[in-house]
Ligand binder design. Structure first.
Ligand code: GRF
Length: 226
């Protein structure tokens, strides 16, 4: 059984509505979840997610990037806030701010991001529109460790959804978002429990993996007790 002190301390970075943040907050309520959410930071003070985090009783912080002369000054403030909260892991959840190499290096292998496509396909914005434009039949989402180049880095987990006839970017995006809400808590569990770790820029699973029965990979599993 994991003791509360063994839980990883997680900070979530947001810029907007924060639905993925909510899915992490909800997962972290389970007594056996290997992570606790200690801070939510938004670079936009008006982000709706801040209110949702407050309502859930989680400490929040708005660090308005517009108040800083340089990207590095903004990141210095953010870094200090993460240190003050004794953060072990950072989860970007709809955090719409490019990070410099200095920040990315400081949190190397300790910072995750969720992206609404099956990377390496469709990095960047408007992923659902572009997926429809390319006529792909399977689309999805990815949780990966953050590297300097946007939407790259070792892939922790992915979930796929079908593209259906008549899909619009909105209907496809809604299907992907639902998968995101299941995937991110799963991926954070893998990382926070130590089941998934970065080795030579890919993910090594230190628990035996099973053949996925769903369009999740690695398959949903229960971490062994440590
Ligand atoms: C999600 O689709 C996420 O994959 C992307 O930005 C969106 C954020 O949504 N990076 P929310 O703020 O979590 O609702």
């Amino acid at each position: 059984m994991l003791t509360p002190t063994a839980k990883k301390r997680v900070a979530i970075l947001i810029s907007g509505r924060g639905s993925n943040m909510v899915s992490l907050l909800e997962a972290a309520r389970a007594p056996d979840y290997p992570a606790q959410i200690v801070l939510v930071v938004s670079n936009r003070p008006e982000a709706a997610g801040l209110e949702r985090a407050r309502a859930a009783g989680v400490p929040t912080l708005a660090i308005d990037h517009k108040q800083f002369a340089t990207r590095m000054a903004f990141e210095a403030k953010l870094h200090q806030a993460l240190l003050d909260a004794r953060t072990d892991l950072v989860c970007n959840a709809g955090f719409m701010r490019m990070l410099t190499g200095g920040f990315v290096d400081r949190w190397r292998d300790r910072q995750l991001n969720i992206h609404p496509s099956l990377l390496p396909a469709f990095p960047g914005l408007d992923t659902h529109e572009r997926a429809l434009g390319e006529g792909v039949k399977v689309h999805g989402c990815t949780v990966h460790f953050v590297r300097l180049e946007m939407d790259t880095g070792p892939i922790v987990a992915q979930a796929a959804v079908p593209v259906l006839p008549g899909d619009t970017p909105e209907s496809l995006g809604a299907r992907v978002l639902e998968a995101e809400h299941r995937l991110y808590p799963h991926a954070l569990r893998l990382v926070a429990s130590g089941a998934a770790r970065v080795v030579n820029e890919t993910i090594e699973m230190v628990v035996p993996n099973v053949v996925p029965k769903t369009l999740f990979s690695p398959a949903l599993y229960s971490a062994p007790e440590t």
